[in-house]
Design a binder for this molecule. Structure first.
Ligand SMILES: Cc1cc2nc3c(=O)[nH]c(=O)nc-3n(C[C@H](O)[C@H](O)[C@H](O)COP(=O)(O)OP(=O)(O)OC[C@H]3O[C@@H](n4cnc5c(N)ncnc54)[C@H](O)[C@@H]3O)c2cc1C
Length: 177
């Protein structure tokens, strides 16, 4: 397998195609990661959710990381890691244009609101629903890597690396006579 770093254009292309990532945040040095749907715009990710642990934690600490991947098999994959900053898009005149932009992009995904509301029902089955949240992740840094089969693997001959082949053989135990 050969791995190479992605160019900015390759990262852009992968993020534009993908809509699922893992959002990591932290509070008091404790990490927390959950899968999310998002839409990508250059420099931003937009998401939709209801208030729960991740929103409460990101309000306290807006430094986040998002991982996005496209895995075909163990020798063919693409993975992107984004560092960024969480910003909530509240329902106020100041944020109206950006909220509308986020909603317009998210609406292109079928039933884009469904997962957030299903998570909400699990959280508070008997009480009033908590407010919905549109949010933005401002992208500060993006790195990407892609793996592809090497020439031997592409030809269908997968062999373990030399170090794996040279593991000591187990000593044969003598059968009792
Ligand atoms: C492919 C995919 C896409 C998703 N997209 C969205 C989305 O766009 N918007 C959205 O609101 N939700 C989405 N979800 C659900 C999301 O992962 C969270 O479960 C949900 O947002 C609630 O997160 P919370 O931090 O508010 O948890 P809370 O409801 O506050 O619950 C916190 C507790 O539940 C556990 N928990 C929370 N989520 C998960 C999980 N996914 N798996 C295991 N344990 C969990 C935590 O460890 C913690 O103990 C998606 C899930 C998947 C699989």
């Amino acid at each position: 397998m050969v791995i190479h770093d992605l160019t900015a254009a390759e990262c852009h292309e992968t993020l534009s195609r993908s809509g699922i990532g893992r959002l990591a945040c932290a509070r008091d040095n404790v990490p927390y990661v959950v899968p999310i749907y998002f839409v990508y715009e250059p420099d931003h990710l937009y998401g939709f959710t209801t208030v729960g642990q991740k929103i409460e934690w990101m309000r306290l600490n807006p430094r986040v990381c998002v991982e996005v991947d496209d895995i075909k098999d163990h020798t063919s994959w693409t993975s992107i890691v984004i560092s960024g900053r969480y910003e909530e898009l509240p329902d106020t005149p100041e944020y109206e244009a950006e909220r509308r932009q986020a909603q317009m992009l998210l609406e292109k995904r079928f039933l884009w609101w469904q997962t957030a509301h299903a998570a909400e029902q699990l959280r508070r089955p008997d009480s009033k629903p908590s407010p919905t949240v549109f949010y933005c992740i401002h992208i500060e840094e993006t790195t990407g890597r892609r793996a592809a089969p090497d020439a031997i693997e592409a030809a269908g001959f997968a062999s373990p690396p030399t170090s794996a082949r040279s593991t000591p053989r187990r000593r044969r135990s003598r059968l009792p006579s």
